[in-house]
Structure formats: C-alpha cells, structure tokens
Design a protein around this ligand. Structure first.
Ligand SMILES: NC(=O)c1ccc[n+]([C@@H]2O[C@H](COP(=O)([O-])OP(=O)(O)OC[C@H]3O[C@@H](n4cnc5c(N)ncnc54)[C@H](OP(=O)(O)O)[C@@H]3O)[C@@H](O)[C@H]2O)c1
Length: 290
C-alpha cells in the first residue's frame, strides 16, 4: 500500500498564512492587533528555543508581542502579579507561561490565575471543562493541531476507531475529548491507553486512527498496526546517531517499519510539531477577534 506522508509543515504554513491575512484585515477594520504575552523563567535551553520560535512567528503575523524574562528565583507572587497585569491589559489577548516553572512555584496556581479567555495554551481547567462539554473555548495547541491535520488531510473521523496512547493533560486527554465530540471533524469512537495496559498492542491493532503520545522512541512497529490505518505520531525523542550532531530526532512510531502498511502517517520532525505553533497563533488571533 502507498503510504501518504502528511506534511505538517506545509499545512501549518497554510494556517499561518490564513492567520496573517485575518490579522491584517482585523487591524484594517477595527485597529486591533492580536497581542501575545509570554513569561519565560530561568534559562532552560529547550524553553529558550520554543519561546524564540513563538516570538519569530508572532513577528511574522504582525502581532503585538511582549516577552518578560525572569530569573529562576522569581517568587510565586511576582508571577501572579504579572499575570494579573496582563489579564487587565486590553492590548494582550493571549498569555503564555512557558513551562516548566521552577519547583518552588505552584504551576496549578499559576495556570488557574490566567483569564480563561486569554489562556492560549488551553490548560486552564475552565477551558478543559468547556472542551469536554463541547462548548467553545481555548483548545490546547497540540491536540487542536492534530484534529486540524486530520481534517485538512481528508481523513474521515466519523465512526472511526481512534486509539490514543498516552493520557497527559497536554496531549492524550484533550485529543481524546476532542475526537469523540458529536461534530464535524470528530464523532469518533475513542479508546485511551496508558502504561497500565497489559498488552497495549491489542488496542493499537484495532485502530483506524492511531495517535501516539508516549515519549518512547520507535515504540510502534509494523506488527502493531492495522493495515490501512492513519498514524499521528506526536512523540519527540532524541536518540544517538552516527551523524555530525551525534543525535537525531525520532517519533514514537518506527516510521520505516510502518511505511507500506499504514495509509497515512505524520513524520517526525515535520508532522505534528509545526502544527502546535500554528494553532497558538490561531488561538491568539481568535481571542483578539472575540
Ligand atoms: N509535537 C509536539 O508539539 C508535542 C507536544 C507535546 C508533547 N510532545 C511529545 O509527545 C510525547 C508525549 O508527551 P506528553 O507530555 O503528552 O506525555 P507525558 O506526560 O510524557 O506522558 C506519557 C504518557 O504515555 C503513557 N505511556 C508511557 N509509556 C507507555 C506505554 N508503553 N504504553 C502505553 N502508554 C504509555 C504514560 O502513561 P501513565 O499515565 O500511566 O504514566 C503517560 O500517560 C513526548 O515525546 C513529547 O516530547 C510533542
């Protein structure tokens, strides 16, 4: 079977182009620029690089962009005060607290302090509640990106069996909750698997759409999937490699092994990853338009 490679980079670029046009016309008609504020605490290299990419993308969209950097000895009260300030700032429509925060700061307390309508990461329990009930709200970026990838790749979801591996609050749980909703681009039968499964492959073999978000390099192979399934590989794993860098990035799915048996797959890198930032831009624009 020919396996279609779902080009997440191309689809993400298309979405960003759409957001850029919408942003320009919002500014023309109402004089409003979507405003995104980011707090970066400490100097974790991965967080630095994520934030830089968010900044670059915001500039490309012509957003109003604010970034505050703080040392890791910042107090919890100082973080909460900054959030209050942004919650009350009419020029800020999206607030993003780059995680992880230092251990002495209660992440839950911080995330629940955000105005849910400015919570562009969609991590506030109010937004997760809206998602479960099926109300409009901020949807976490990676799950929103997965649903958008399926839609724009014309993968039928209605009545299909979706198996999700992983139950994290940022990927597994929200993507499962999005896909069983009775609406277009969803309406699936969803199974959620986690590490307590005695034989996880018993479930993966039944999937029409297999979403893998466990953080285990090349975990899923040809013998674990059903012929003709669609695979969304969320994993980002660094493994040793015989190249200049000494490592390479691979997904949770052994890409070469499933090629020829799956009908479609997202590559790593270049699949789900680029969608996450595109949906962040889209969430910020939507918040401003509202
Ligand atoms: N592309 C992107 O933009 C993006 C965004 C977010 C995350 N990621 C990547 O996605 C991966 C998952 O991250 P995450 O934060 O969602 O998850 P996480 O918090 O690391 O949790 C992993 C989940 O997988 C489950 N799990 C682990 N091994 C398993 C196994 N053998 N069989 C079944 N379930 C298993 C765990 O079960 P328990 O609950 O029982 O422990 C847990 O629910 C990581 O590689 C991460 O880097 C990518």
């Amino acid at each position: 079977m020919m396996t279609k490679i779902i080009d997440g980079k191309q689809i993400a670029n298309k979405i960003k182009e759409e957001v850029r046009e919408q942003t320009a016309s919002l500014y023309k008609s109402k004089g409003i620029k979507p405003g995104l504020a980011i707090l970066l605490v400490g100097n974790d290299p991965a967080s630095e690089s994520y934030v830089r990419s968010k900044e670059r993308n915001s500039e490309n969209m012509d957003f109003h962009f604010v970034m505050e950097r703080r040392d890791s000895n910042i107090t919890e009260d100082e973080v909460l005060n900054l959030i209050d300030q942004w919650n009350n700032d009419d020029e800020i429509h999206g607030i993003l607290i780059q995680l992880p925060l230092p251990k002495h700061i209660d992440e839950n307390k911080v995330l629940t302090r955000l105005d849910p309508d400015k919570d562009v990461d969609g991590f506030h329990p109010i937004n997760l509640g809206r998602l479960v009930v099926g109300l409009d709200g901020m949807v976490p970026c990676t799950p929103a990106g997965i649903v958008e990838l399926l839609k724009r790749s014309n993968v039928e979801t209605k009545g299909k069996h979706v198996v999700v591996l992983g139950r994290s609050n940022i990927v597994g749980k929200p993507v499962a909750n999005l896909l069983y909703q009775k609406r277009e681009g969803a309406n699936s039968i969803v199974t959620i698997c986690h590490s307590a499964a005695e034989d996880v492959f018993q479930y993966t073999k039944q999937a029409d759409i297999l979403i893998v978000a466990i953080g285990s390099a090349n975990f899923i192979k040809e013998e674990h999937i059903k012929e003709g399934c669609t695979i969304i590989d969320v994993g980002i794993n660094r493994i040793d490699a015989d190249n200049e860098k000494g490592y390479e990035i691979v997904g949770d799915v052994d890409f070469n092994s499933v090629i020829g048996k799956a009908s479609a797959i997202t590559p790593v890198p270049g699949g789900v990853g680029p969608m996450t930032i595109a949906m962040l831009m889209s969430n910020t624009y939507k918040s401003a338009a509202k």
